[in-house]
Design a binder for this molecule. Structure first.
Ligand SMILES: NC(=O)c1ccc[n+]([C@@H]2O[C@H](COP(=O)([O-])OP(=O)(O)OC[C@H]3O[C@@H](n4cnc5c(N)ncnc54)[C@H](OP(=O)(O)O)[C@@H]3O)[C@@H](O)[C@H]2O)c1
Length: 244
C-alpha cells in the first residue's frame, strides 16, 4: 500500500501502532491512537533544534505546531515546511500537542513553565534543553549541580519529561532517517509511558532510542559529557553502563 509516507515513516508507523496499543491507557496517547495515524507535536522553541526536529517530524507524517516568541517567523517556517506544519503561540502549541518538544535556552525554562502552567499537566515533554553556566547564568550553575533532568522537572511541573536530543548538533537532526537505527539517541526519564511515546517519535526520524536511566541520569545528557556526539546504540549502552 502506498500511503505517500517516506519508507522510514511507514516502518516507524507500524512500530508506533504496536507500541500504541501497549500504552493505550495514557490519555493523550490514546487520543492519537483513536485518530488513527499521526501524533500532534507542539514545538516550544523553533530555533536550530525545534525547527530541525519539527520539520523532520512533519515530513514523517506527524503534525507539528511551531512556536517561539516570534509568531511571524513561525508562520513563515510552517509555510516553508508545508503540509503537516502550522504556527501558533507557545500556549497554543502546548494545547495542540499530544507531545511537546521543548527546545529553548535553559534560562528561558522558568518563563516557559510559568507561561504554559496547567497545560503541562500530564503532557509528555521531550526536553532538549541544556544548561550552560556562561549562557544561562545562575540557573545554568544550579541546573548543572542539581542535574538537568531533575531541574527541568522542577521548572516544568506536571510534565512527563524525557530528556533527549541534548548532545547532537541540530544540523544533523534531520539526517538520521536516511540510515535508520545507525545512530543511537540516549534518553532519560521516569515515566514508562512517556518514554514509550518519546521512543516512537525518536525512531520515527531514524534514531535508535537508548534509555540510560531515570531523570536523575539526565545530567549525563548534555554536551561535553561522555555520551555527547553521534554513537551507535551499542556504544551508548557500553558508555552508559559505566555512568552513575
Ligand atoms: N543547537 C544545537 O545544536 C543544540 C543541540 C542539542 C540541544 N540544544 C539545546 O536546545 C535548546 C535550544 O537550542 P537552539 O540552538 O535551538 O536555540 P535557538 O536557536 O536559540 O532557539 C531557541 C528558541 O527558543 C525560543 N524561545 C526563547 N525563549 C522562549 C520562551 N520564553 N517561550 C517560547 N520560546 C522561547 C526562541 O524564540 P525567539 O527566536 O523568538 O527568541 C527560539 O525559537 C538549548 O537549550 C540548547 O542548549 C542545542
Amino acid at each position: 500500500m502506498n500511503t505517500g509516507r517516506p519508507k522510514h515513516a511507514r516502518r516507524a508507523f507500524l512500530q508506533f501502532t504496536a507500541a500504541s496499543l501497549a500504552v493505550a491507557s495514557l490519555p493523550t496517547f490514546a487520543q492519537s491512537v483513536t485518530a488513527g495515524t499521526k501524533l500532534k507535536i507542539g514545538i516550544i522553541g523553533s530555533g536550530n533544534v525545534g525547527s530541525a526536529l519539527g520539520t523532520t517530524w512533519a515530513k514523517s507524517g506527524h503534525t507539528v505546531m511551531f512556536s517561539s516568541l516570534d509568531l511571524e517567523k513561525d508562520k513563515a517556517l510552517a509555510a516553508k515546511v508545508g503540509s503537516g506544519a502550522r504556527a501558533g503561540t507557545s500556549r497554543e502549541a502546548a494545547a495542540f500537542g499530544d507531545v511537546l518538544l521543548i527546545a529553548v535556552p535553559y534560562h528561558a525554562l522558568p518563563a516557559v513553565g510559568k507561561d504554559l502552567g496547567a497545560l503541562l499537566k500530564g503532557k509528555v515533554v521531550i526536553d532538549a534543553c541544556n544548561p550552560f553556566e556562561q549562557r544561562d547564568g545562575e540557573l545554568g550553575v544550579k541546573a548543572r549541580e542539581v542535574g538537568a533532568g531533575l531541574m527541568s522537572a522542577q521548572l516544568l511541573p506536571g510534565a512527563r519529561i524525557v530528556r533527549g536530543f541534548n548532545a547532537i548538533g541540530a544540523a544533523r537532526m534531520g539526517a538520521a532517517w536516511q540510515e535508520p537505527g545507525k545512530v543511537g539517541m540516549p534518553i532519560a526519564g521516569d515515566d514508562a509511558q512517556a518514554i514509550a511515546t518519546a521512543s516512537n517519535l525518536i525512531r520515527d526520524i531514524g534514531y535508535e532510542p537508548v534509555l540510560i536511566g531515570g531523570l536523575a541520569m539526565g545530567r549525563h545528557l548534555q554536551p561535553r559529557e561522555p555520551l555527547a556526539g553521534e554513537r551507535s546504540a551499542d556504544e551508548i549502552r557500553k558508555i552508559a553502563a559505566g555512568l552513575k
